[in-house]
Design a protein around this ligand. Structure first.
Ligand code: PMP
Length: 389
């Protein structure tokens, strides 16, 4: 336009080089990415329907099937972080008026319930304290009382630090004609998980935890039961972006030629591919064993420092996220600040009901190494010592 003046000049901040410090991320995620993952993210761009890229998508699918231990055809990655996979699950599995039974023992149940309501569906909750898990009996009572079409549990709770036992739960839900939806964002690769053997209907995870890829993509898989529910919907899926029928087509999970639905997250998919490849090369069993060993090293060290874990029963702890009670008289933030300022090590504070009351330490994927655990213990010990002085 003639005579039209720019209302702002190029920002000075953008004239300086990009500045990113190196930090050791020992919080609940994101975790540090292995060099091969970072390198993958810098590879040349491809078109989102180019054969070289759709081949990489197929490799990602196989990697997710392995990580989830499933043969489900509808297995792919959502473009978006864990919350996107949560929204996608709700949008596809629930129609307006449908009832979901939400097992809430931390913030993830709370958030999923919020999404259920925003979808026009009904969230019925059973609640237990952060640090505790649900028994099959409690869930069965909920199933009898609320007659939901969907049950939600968080396998690896990252606000509370628990690992919800899943064996028998899928069968129980199916007995009451409900589907089972499981969040494994903060635990996948850290502890045994068998989607098919445990009869889980929809399982989702995230890229930035054990898989060590940047936050961007979220693995998800749908059982035949879940697909039947989607196929028999009377109402349209409320989200265009998350419509699993469209996504399954784009990911080559149906017979049809792939259609453009949205532009796939090309370079983020390369990175996810490398995170999955690393897990495949190492093997799930080794990954599970390493997370177990490193988390036990952490528990022992914390006890030596006189610190108390929130989750009493070792079997019920999420090996990837440990919640530690902040001792009386200590300001949690002084400790996390000390770690960041002196060592560039991230330790996180609490979320939800536990804000101010716990620290959270993450042990995930590439960072799951004894030397990192020992460093965190040293830093914690020093920080507590310096505060006592
Ligand atoms: N579920 C769990 C258990 C999580 O730990 C997280 C991330 N902290 C999410 C869901 C949401 O993932 P995102 O932040 O990647 O959207």
């Amino acid at each position: 336009a003639k005579g039209q003046r720019l209302v702002s000049s190029p920002p000075k901040s953008l004239m300086k080089p990009l500045d990113v410090p190196n930090k050791l991320l020992m919080g609940p995620g994101p975790s540090n990415c292995p060099p091969r993952v970072l390198a993958a993210g810098a590879l040349p761009m491809l078109g989102h329907l180019h054969p070289e890229f759709t081949k990489i998508m197929d490799e990602v699918k196989e990697g997710i099937q392995y990580a989830f231990q499933t043969k489900n055809e509808w297995t792919f990655a959502i473009s978006g972080t864990g919350h996107a996979a949560m929204e996608a699950s709700v949008a596809n599995l629930l129609e307006p008026g449908d009832v979901a039974l939400i097992c809430q023992n931390g913030i993830w149940g709370q958030r999923l319930a919020d999404m259920v309501e925003r979808n026009g569906s009904v969230a019925q909750k059973i609640i237990c304290a952060y640090g505790e898990v649900f028994t099959l009996d409690t869930i069965e009572k909920g199933l009898k009382e609320h007659k939901p079409s969907l049950v939600f549990v968080t396998f690896g709770e990252s606000s509370a630090g628990t690992a919800q036992p899943l064996e028998g739960l899928g069968d129980l839900c199916h007995k009451y004609n409900a589907l089972l939806l499981v969040d494994s964002v903060a635990i996948l690769g850290g502890r045994p998980l068998f989607m098919d053997a445990w009869n889980i209907d929809v399982l989702y995870s995230g890229s930035q935890k054990v898989l060590g890829a940047p936050p961007a993509t979220s693995p998800i898989s749908f059982s035949q039961r879940a697909r039947d529910k989607i196929a028999s919907r009377k109402t349209k899926i409320r989200s265009y972006y998350f419509d699993a029928n469209e996504l399954a087509n784009y990911w080559g999970c149906d017979k049809g030629p792939r259609r453009y639905h949205h532009t796939g997250m090309v370079t983020s998919v390369y990175a996810l591919r490398e995170g999955l490849a690393r897990l495949a090369e190492e093997g799930l069993e080794k990954s599970w064993a390493d997370h177990k060993a490193c988390s036990e090293l952490l528990y022992t060290g914390l006890e030596k420092l006189g610190l108390e874990l929130l989750v009493k029963e070792p079997e019920l702890r999420n090996p990837c996220v440990t919640t530690i009670k902040v001792p009386e008289g200590v300001n949690w933030k002084d400790v996390t600040d000390y770690a960041m300022k002196n060592y560039r090590v991230e330790i996180a504070g609490g979320l939800g009901d536990l804000a101010g009351k716990v620290w959270r330490i993450g042990i995930m994927g590439y960072n799951c190494r004894p030397e990192n655990v020992n460093l965190v213990l040293k830093v914690l010990g020093e920080a507590l010592e310096s505060l006592r002085k």
